[in-house]
Ligand binder design. Sequence first.
Ligand SMILES: Cc1cc2nc3c(=O)[nH]c(=O)nc-3n(C[C@H](O)[C@H](O)[C@H](O)COP(=O)(O)O)c2cc1C
Length: 167
Amino acid sequence: MQSVAASDPAHFREVLSHFASGVVVVTAVVDGTPVGMTCQSFTSLSLDPPLVLFCPARTSTSWPVVQRADWFCLNVLSSEQHGLSNGFAKSGSDKFAGVSWTPTPHGAPALDGAAAHVEVRLAHVFDGGDHHIVTCHVESLQSAADSEPLLYYRSGYRSLQSLSQLV
Ligand SMILES: Cc1cc2nc3c(=O)[nH]c(=O)nc-3n(C[C@H](O)[C@H](O)[C@H](O)COP(=O)(O)O)c2cc1C
C-alpha cells in the first residue's frame, strides 16, 4: 500500500471514500418553505446529553437557511431513496418537488419512507476547515422497523443486502 501526501485532494477523497456510511437529508421549514440538503457526514455523538453531529460545507447555500430554523429533522435514508439523496444534493433546484413528507412534532419535514427520523435543535457550530461541525440536541426520534439503510461507499450507493452498486 503506497502512502501519498494528504495535500492531494483527489487522493484524500479516494482514500477516505473507503469509509462506508449511511446518508441523511437535513431538513427544516424556514419562512413557510421546506429546505434541505444531503449529508454523509452524520454521526451519533453523545448519549447524555443526547447529541448528534453533521458537517455542512461552507459553500452550501442551504445550510445558512436551515440554520435559521428552530428545529431540523435528520432523515436517515432507506436503500430505495438514492434518488432523494441525489435530489437533495443539487444546489439551486426545487428539492422538495414531488417529495412527500410529514411534519415532526415541531414541524420539520420528516421524509416519508426514511429508515429513521431524528428531530433536533441546534447546539453549536464549530470550525471544521472548509466545513462547519454542527452539533444538535436530539428532541425526539423514531425508526421504521423493517427498512434497509442506504449506504454510501467509494462514491456509489450500496445496500446492506447485496453490497452491490445500486446506481
Ligand atoms: C451521498 C452524498 C453525501 C453528501 N454529504 C455531504 C456532507 O456531508 N456535507 C456537505 O456539505 N455536503 C454533502 N453532500 C453534498 C451536498 O448535499 C450538496 O453540496 C448540497 O446539498 C448542495 O446544495 P445547497 O447549495 O442547496 O446546499 C453530499 C452529497 C451526496 C450525494
